[in-house]
Ligand binder design. Structure first.
Ligand SMILES: *[C@@H]1O[C@H](CO)[C@@H](O)[C@H](O)[C@H]1NC(C)=O
Ligand SMILES: *[C@@H]1O[C@H](CO)[C@@H](O)[C@H](O)[C@H]1NC(C)=O
Ligand SMILES: *[C@@H]1O[C@H](CO)[C@@H](O)[C@H](O)[C@H]1NC(C)=O
Ligand SMILES: *[C@@H]1O[C@H](CO)[C@@H](O)[C@H](O)[C@H]1NC(C)=O
Ligand SMILES: *[C@@H]1O[C@H](CO)[C@@H](O)[C@H](O)[C@H]1NC(C)=O
Length: 430
């Protein structure tokens, strides 16, 4: 059969339409590289790679809001720097046009944000140290928004001294975030406040092989999150593997099917943590933390359904008419490690009030599990295979109100010594 010339015309047209485009982000020494990138981006919203080249130090002196992408990969192989001085950033963040994040992706399908495994390059440096040293908390930008994306990857990214919050996936679906590194480590007394690692909101997400040194939650799972799996991670210095806070201002929470496993928690204030505000509503269910090694951690397991603002008065009682986020089917399984004793006057870097925000009235300072449960709203909470040792060698204790929960929580529910029950020892630990 002879092919008509028209066939070839059509075939080459189809070929062009499907061609992959590569855009190398230009750089000019001493200038802001954002405007040239923003000007070119409309031509690279489909089937494209946007490449920050290795060997180049890009000046991202103003925020980047990426357009809606379909099949686009942003590759960060060069170094990126924020402005080095605090007031410049504060002026941008304070302006009404600011999106909230220094880098934002919103919407789109099949979007990849990819750094590099080259240890010398691919770092995004936000110069957070100056902010931490000044305890500057006014007009701080968030780092990376990866919002409302359907099908996305965040891999091999490396953040150096982020000012505060790192990655947020709120409202996205089907996300794989792996091999990322966040280094929010202070080299002075200045504490890296609110340098959360991953804020996981949305559905169907896998976070794995991430390395996070910071000063707030390693991961925080927000309202609306479903089917979130966080595994094989190293978390150091921060505030835990957290769900919440939920239910602030009476909000109705809906969080389901969360699995956090195989994580090393090193010198972190909390290990596994759940917090919902007094007066919230809704349900958090089927949440598992398992295979957690904790080293030098003051609060390995901590649940509060009665989170409140210290500034507005005494802690409300865990009884009465007020509503609360219900919790069901929480499992803490295979936790082993060393508990950091909290002697009188113990202070963690984020403590700037007296009493400290994390202070628990009546605690011994060797509390391996604290269940601050609201009456009649917590069901099927269990700790199984817990192997704690206090650094002091003294016996560890728990806090639990037997009137708030009637099922066996895996240890004797009391404010006192940690005494495992039969339900706390599984014959098939793995
Ligand atoms: C976008 O692509 C068109 C067609 O190739 C070209 O004419 C135009 O200059 C490009 N715009 C930018 C901002 O690069
Ligand atoms: C998704 O994007 C990647 C590049 O980031 C590309 O290689 C892949 O083909 C895209 N997938 C689909 C289904 O188009
Ligand atoms: C890239 O940035 C990181 C963090 O600031 C720095 O340690 C590294 O030396 C930089 N790489 C180069 C080649 O300058
Ligand atoms: C609980 O969550 C896990 C994921 O962690 C999921 O595999 C399982 O099906 C869920 N179970 C129920 C009863 O929803
Ligand atoms: C909590 O209950 C105790 C004893 O019933 C009462 O003395 C106290 O005032 C209550 N506190 C608050 C904040 O309601």
């Amino acid at each position: 059969m002879l092919l008509s010339p028209l066939f070839f015309v059509l075939a080459s047209y189809v070929y062009i339409a499907q061609a992959w485009k590569v855009f190398e982000v230009p750089h000019v020494d001493g200038q802001d590289d954002t405007p040239a990138l923003l000007a070119a981006l409309p031509n690279y919203t489909v089937d494209s790679t946007i490449l920050f080249k290795k060997g180049v130090k890009y000046n991202i002196l103003t925020p980047i809001t990426f357009p809606l992408f379909t099949n686009v990969e942003v590759r960060i192989e060069g170094n990126l720097t924020y402005p080095t001085d605090v007031p410049t950033i504060q002026a941008i963040v304070g302006a009404s046009s600011f999106s909230g994040h220094w880098f934002s992706f919103t919407g789109g399908t099949n979007v990849t944000l990819r750094g590099t495994t080259d240890p010398q390059w691919g770092w995004v440096d936000a110069h957070g140290q100056a902010w931490w040293d000044a305890m500057e908390q006014t007009n701080r930008p968030h780092g990376w928004a990866f919002r409302k994306i359907n099908g996305g990857v965040i891999r091999d990214m490396k953040l150096w001294k982020p000012i505060a919050w790192s990655f947020s996936t709120s409202g996205s679906n089907n996300i794989h975030a792996f091999n990322n590194k966040i280094v929010a480590v202070s080299n002075s007394q200045g504490f890296p406040f609110n340098t959360d690692g991953f804020s996981a909101g949305g559905t169907n997400m896998l976070f794995e092989n991430n390395w996070i040194q910071n000063g707030d939650d390693c991961i925080t799972v927000g309202n609306g999150a479903k089917n979130i799996h966080f595994r094989n991670a190293y978390c150091e210095g921060g505030h835990g593997l957290s769900i919440g806070s939920l239910g602030k201002g009476g909000q109705v929470a809906d969080v389901q099917n969360i699995l956090i496993e195989n994580v090393v928690m090193k010198s972190s204030l909390y290990g596994a943590r759940f917090k919902s505000w007094t007066g919230g509503q809704g349900l958090a269910r089927n949440i598992t933390w398992k295979d957690i090694a904790f080293i030098d951690v003051p609060f390995p397991i901590y649940i509060t359904q009665n989170y409140w603002d210290q500034g507005i008065g005494p802690k409300p009682n865990n009884t009465g008419e007020i509503t609360n986020t219900r919790i069901e089917d929480f499992t803490f399984k295979n936790f082993a490690g060393t508990l950091k004793d909290r002697p009188v006057g113990y202070i963690e870097g984020s403590c700037i009030s007296d009493p400290c925000w994390y202070d628990v009235e009546g605690a011994t300072g060797r509390d391996v599990a604290i269940f601050d449960l609201y009456h009649d709203t917590a069901k099927n909470i269990r700790v199984q295979n817990l192997l704690p040792k206090a650094q002091s060698g003294l016996p560890v204790t728990v806090m639990c109100d037997p009137q708030a929960i009637t099922t066996d929580v895996g240890f004797r529910c009391q404010n006192g010594l940690w005494i495992p029950t039969r339900a706390g020892i599984s014959l098939r630990p793995w």
